[in-house]
Design a protein around this ligand. Structure first.
Ligand SMILES: NC(=O)c1ccc[n+]([C@@H]2O[C@H](COP(=O)([O-])OP(=O)(O)OC[C@H]3O[C@@H](n4cnc5c(N)ncnc54)[C@H](O)[C@@H]3O)[C@@H](O)[C@H]2O)c1
Ligand SMILES: O=C(O)C[C@H](O)C(=O)O
Length: 308
């Protein structure tokens, strides 16, 4: 199993590290445009192999896509991150050009690869890949909901005073400060609805903290987060590589599902060896349906800024 990660920056390197530590891929290629940067990150990570006990071979490449040839899965993290005070949508100008070129180069050398899009604004970048490549839609996956759901679980556990492993929750919708839809109606502590443990006001606070999870970290760090994003990507990659068929909320092209059309947005999907093997239709409350519609309008508006 060969995995390429384009962009050896904060998220790309974190993602490569988690993939290696989980030790399911034979090879990870990191590629970046900065001269020597990916090679340096790869060498540094390889020097953790004996310490962390993995056999995955990590190599680096400066813009040489021949080294990525015949990848089974490719992750696109290349592009600029936001700074405090910015929205993800403001990154569209620079990142659209990068994502378009990178996806084309990847597919020239790995025509059978499954692509995972991470660069922001992620739902619009996923849509861009859908519109500008010939890849079937089940092979184009946007990562956002897996991360947002991890943040939702973190906030739920904090509010309830429960261990995170006891808490389950999912965030669908657009990966944006306003567009995320944390699914309160499905959130549970070991099968008991979270409403048994939290007041409406506390629940609303959890929802708001989840939605601005990325912005909160960006303010603290001066740039956006990387550990949880890298771990979230590695979970998607593992489910595909090992054909685990796990459910994650991912951005995917919708054709009528959830009443939505002609956009990529986060919905629950089954991830297996073919990429997105099924879009899972779950029951939403009326309030969640209305929020999903509003979120889709936001994503479509950003998509309208693309030069297609
Ligand atoms: N979808 C998500 O949940 C999520 C989470 C975190 C970050 N992100 C996004 O991921 C992107 C990367 O974030 P980061 O913190 O790793 O940034 P970073 O600046 O640390 O790394 C980005 C890397 O991309 C490289 N790059 C730029 N253009 C390239 C090109 N054409 N080809 C190859 N490499 C190129 C840069 O040299 C840099 O090393 C940002 O757009 C950020 O907003 C998304
Ligand atoms: O917040 C960001 O800009 C990066 C990423 O989308 C995140 O949620 O951490």
């Amino acid at each position: 199993m060969k995995v390429t990660v384009v962009g050896a920056g904060a998220v790309g390197a974190s993602c490569a590290e988690y993939i290696a530590i989980k030790d399911f891929a034979s090879e990870v290629v990191l590629l970046d445009i900065k001269e020597g940067y990916a090679e340096g990150k790869a060498m540094d990570l390889m020097q953790t192999a004996s310490l962390n006990g993995f056999d995955t071979k990590i190599t680096g490449s400066t813009s040489d896509y021949y080294k990525t040839a015949n990848s089974d899965i490719a992750v696109i993290t290349s592009g600029i991150p936001r700074k405090p005070g910015m929205t993800r949508e403001e990154l569209i100008g620079i990142n659209a050009g990068i994502v378009k070129t990178v996806s084309k180069s990847l597919l020239e050398h790995s025509p059978n690869a499954i692509l995972i899009v991470v660069s922001n604004p992620m739902d619009t970048m996923t849509y861009l890949v859908h519109k500008t490549t010939n890849l079937p839609k089940h092979k184009i996956i946007g990562m956002g909901g897996a991360l947002d759901s991890a943040r939702f679980k973190y906030r739920l556990a904090e509010a309830i005073g429960a261990p995170i492993s006891d808490v389950d929750g999912m965030v669908i919708g657009g990966h944006s400060d306003k567009g995320m839809v944390p699914l309160i109606s499905h959130a549970a502590r070991n099968s008991v609805k979270v409403s048994e443990f939290l007041s409406n006001d506390r629940m609303q606070q959890v929802v708001e903290d989840t939605k601005v999870g990325g912005a909160t970290l960006t303010k603290l760090l001066g740039t956006s987060a990387w550990y949880a994003p890298g771990a979230a990507v590695s979970g998607l990659v593992q489910s595909i590589a090992c054909d685990q068929k796990k459910i994650f909320p991912c951005s995917t092209y919708l054709e009528g599902e959830y009443g939505l059309n002609n956009l990529c947005i986060g919905v629950p999907v089954v991830l297996g060896k073919n990429g997105i093997e099924k879009i899972v239709d779950i029951e939403l409350s009326d309030a969640e349906k209305a929020k999903m519609k509003e979120s889709a309008e936001g994503v479509s508006k950003t998509n309208g800024l693309l030069d297609l």
